[in-house]
Design a protein around this ligand. Sequence first.
Ligand code: SAH
Length: 234
Amino acid sequence: MEGKRFHRFKDKRPEDYKQPDLNPYLKLHREMGPPVIVAEDAPGFRGRWAAAFDDRDAPLHVEIGPGNGFYLAGMASRHPEFNWLGIEIRFKRVVLCARKINAAEASNARITRYDAWQLEDLFATGEIAGLHINFPDPWKKDKHEKHRLLGPPLARWAADALSPGAELRLKSDHRPNLERMAASVEGLPFEQLGWSDDVGVQGAPWPDDLVTNYQSKFVKLGEPTYALLMRRTD
Ligand code: SAH
């Protein structure tokens, strides 16, 4: 990849933790089995993700930071014609996601415990048919800008990993984050297809939206949800 790389991340395995018992979800996420894919197994599926879905070859949709998994499991149920993969860094949320997937009996969904700053490990060129990011950590202060996932490195990665025609669906409570992403694709093969200043009022710029867990919190507070739809051009 050209330009600034994602910053490196050293994955911690249980043996690396001095006190693994401090986080019971670390152990739990390893014991769950499918739909959980542990961090050291995930790169092995690069270029062959069907193998993680019982060899079911279907367009791969990816959600980054699914949190409790409400959207991931819901979309997987709504769209059995796709394989759905969530990428979540926090052990507890991986477990919650897996429980949601199991409860929904969504056999077309998986959740991996991985760092979204290391996405380049996981996907071959053109392997992703749809990318969904809902309420990424906003890092609102200017001095924290480098922590914001929505930016040039992600845009460059997505230009490679998304197949021509693949959609990128983003929702956030923080408008500058989406503006930054829209600006980051300049010079890359993307077109902007839609924008919403409040999904609750105007609807989302795509047909089958599903309110996420964080989104419902902002709705209760009376705050808008912004949305951006882009497409990887042919
Ligand atoms: N999408 C959910 C949760 C939003 S909160 C919803 O809308 O309800 C942001 C989520 O991103 C959290 O679950 C957080 O743990 C996850 N996250 C933050 N940084 C991440 C990273 N580097 N890699 C993967 N997931 C990350």
